[in-house]
Design a protein around this ligand. Structure first.
Ligand code: GRF
Length: 183
């Protein structure tokens, strides 16, 4: 299955997805709203097709039109958000309905949005983790496809917890993507 990966930053989940390419899916495009994203340089070095465009200056609508055109030109049929820090418009989500997934660093439905690890620690939760979900118009609100739990330690900090959860993200995301595009 042809998949596009959308990133804004370092792209470690994109790298995990790239490592697991094979019969189930191929990455046909890595796209970023930040032309300086570290993950974009890595993708280019790997010989992956890339698309970089900032919405700054042109506005969200024109940005998303160009992104949509690039995705179609690349032959993408599925979109995996991997540290993509921009909200997709309702129009874009509707165009790709049921074909966009995201990885989020909490055990959804808990802690949508930002600062998930700090919030889990502050709440005294026994575990944090990550979730892969379908993207809908509601932020971090679509159907959950898979989750991985990580125990919270008494001396945990958001940084330490994030590092342990990230290891699980890299296992979870390729596995869920494979199952999702197969279904
Ligand atoms: C990950 O923690 C992911 O769950 C969240 O943003 C972070 C992206 O990290 N959505 P990376 O760019 O994949 O390294």
């Amino acid at each position: 299955a042809p998949v596009a990966v959308l990133i804004s930053g370092r792209g470690s989940n994109m790298q995990a997805l790239a490592a697991e390419q094979g019969a189930a899916y191929r990455i046909v495009l890595v796209a970023s709203d930040r032309p300086d994203a570290a993950g974009l340089a890595w993708a280019r070095e790997q010989g992956l097709a890339t698309f970089a465009l900032s919405p700054k200056g042109i506005g969200k609508a024109a940005y998303e039109e160009a992104l949509d055109a690039a995705l179609r030109e690349a032959g993408a049929e599925w979109i995996a958000l991997a540290g993509y820090m921009r909200l997709l418009s309702d129009k874009f989500v509707a165009r790709w309905r049921g074909r966009i997934i995201n990885i989020h660093p909490s055990l959804l439905p808990k802690y949508k949005g930002l600062d998930t690890h700090a919030r889990a620690i502050a709440a005294g939760d026994a575990a944090g983790g990550c979730s892969v979900h379908v993207v809908t118009e509601e932020l971090d609100g679509g159907e959950v496809l898979g989750r991985a739990e990580v125990a919270i330690r008494p001396d945990d900090t958001p940084e330490r917890l994030a590092a342990r959860v990230l290891v699980e993200e890299h296992r979870l995301y390729p596995a869920v993507l494979k199952a999702f595009v197969r279904a």
